[in-house]
Ligand binder design. Structure first.
Ligand SMILES: [Cu+2]
Length: 340
């Protein structure tokens, strides 16, 4: 009797179909048969990536070789993801110090990186203002190379941060904050990839006159570090420390609104992404609109692109997040949000 289609793909016909495949000479047949075999599977061998030196040992955590140093305490880097609260527009000038130093940062356990760091950290301090506020941003250059601060957003071109601020010199940039949104700032001195790659970037949140709905706010800036100088990033990290949010998950109350200000400042990788497990989010590209552009569980961002994400985690539990570029995820950019 001729085999009917539903026999081949129905439950009753699956074993027979696999047996048929297993008996075929075509090399792919055995692989397919093995994949769909009803026999007991072998124990999982997580992250066994063969000869890839970045691969963690089988069964280990995702980023076991790209973890924070043991001495790094819980909460020690909270300032890097916690923005100041919304504040009403002021007639005063809001001043921020983005002076730059050269410093050695341990960006993963045992992996040092010589950074040019605004305010001594990578990413630099979070700048937050309300639309229309007058800003005065001061850069003192304590390194041996020239630098600048270039802000995204709208402002007078004379304050655009293209001029060189030489070693030992100081410059202030003054402009009106706008438009509403999330805007990166970064050095704009060539070679650009070197200055940005050395850690010269940060986030500027420009709030609306009426605050966004109350939420647990988190800033996540994706960073890349070329620790061996070969032009390719070796370590990736949210807010500058590999594996920090894997060891010390972000904690939010279950059911309450969470808002993530998300930036990709990785150079020279052409794209990165943020993927949230087990929940979807409203996506506001660049944070410039009051209405979401999309409802999704992943957003891809080119260098300097950013987004605001809003979601609630309805049930207690661990929700994973990571770039969907597996090399980034497995070299330090894996993390968790825990709903408590
Ligand atoms: Cu620079």
């Amino acid at each position: 009797m001729a085999m009917r289609r539903r026999d081949l793909f129905g439950l009753g016909g699956l074993g027979g179909a696999l047996g048929l495949l297993g008996g075929l000479a075509w090399p792919g047949a055995k692989r397919i048969a093995a994949k769909y075999s009803t026999a007991a599977p072998e124990p999982p061998r997580e992250f066994d990536c063969g000869s890839d030196p970045a691969a963690a040992p089988a069964g280990a955590a995702y980023s076991a070789r790209f973890a924070p140093p043991a001495y790094l305490a819980a909460g020690s880097r909270d300032g890097l993801h916690t923005p100041a609260p919304w504040a009403p527009r002021t007639t005063d000038v809001r001043e921020f110090d983005l002076s730059v130093i050269e410093t050695t940062l341990e960006v993963a356990d045992g992996q040092n990186f010589t950074a040019w760091a605004y305010g001594g950290t990578v990413p630099g301090p979070i700048v937050r203002a309300t639309v229309g506020d007058r800003l005065k941003i001061t850069l003192r250059n304590h390194t041996h190379a020239p630098h600048s601060v270039h802000f995204h957003g709208a402002h007078d071109v004379s304050q655009d941060g293209l001029g060189r601020v030489a070693k030992g010199e100081e410059q202030s940039y003054e402009f009106e904050a706008g438009p509403v949104g999330l805007h990166p700032y970064h050095c704009h001195i060539p070679p650009y990839v070197r200055h940005v790659g050395k850690g010269m970037y940060g986030a500027m949140i420009v709030d609306p006159l009426q605050p966004r709905p109350a939420a647990h706010e988190i800033v996540l800036c994706l960073c890349g570090f070329d620790t061996d100088g070969d032009g390719r990033n070796d370590v990736y990290a949210w807010n500058g420390m590999a594996g920090y949010y894997e060891r010390y998950p972000l904690k939010v109350p279950a059911g309450e609104l969470v808002r993530i200000y998300l930036l990709n400042m990785v150079e020279p990788d052409p794209i990165a992404s943020f993927h949230l497990h087990a929940q979807t989010f409203d996506l506001y590209r660049s944070g410039t609109s009051a209405s979401p552009h999309e409802h999704t569980d992943i957003v891809s961002l080119g260098p300097a692109e950013r987004a605001v994400l809003e979601f609630r985690l309805p049930r207690r539990g661990r929700y994973m997040f990571h770039p969907h570029q597996s090399r980034m995820a497995e070299r330090g950019a894996m993390g968790w949000i825990v709903a408590i």
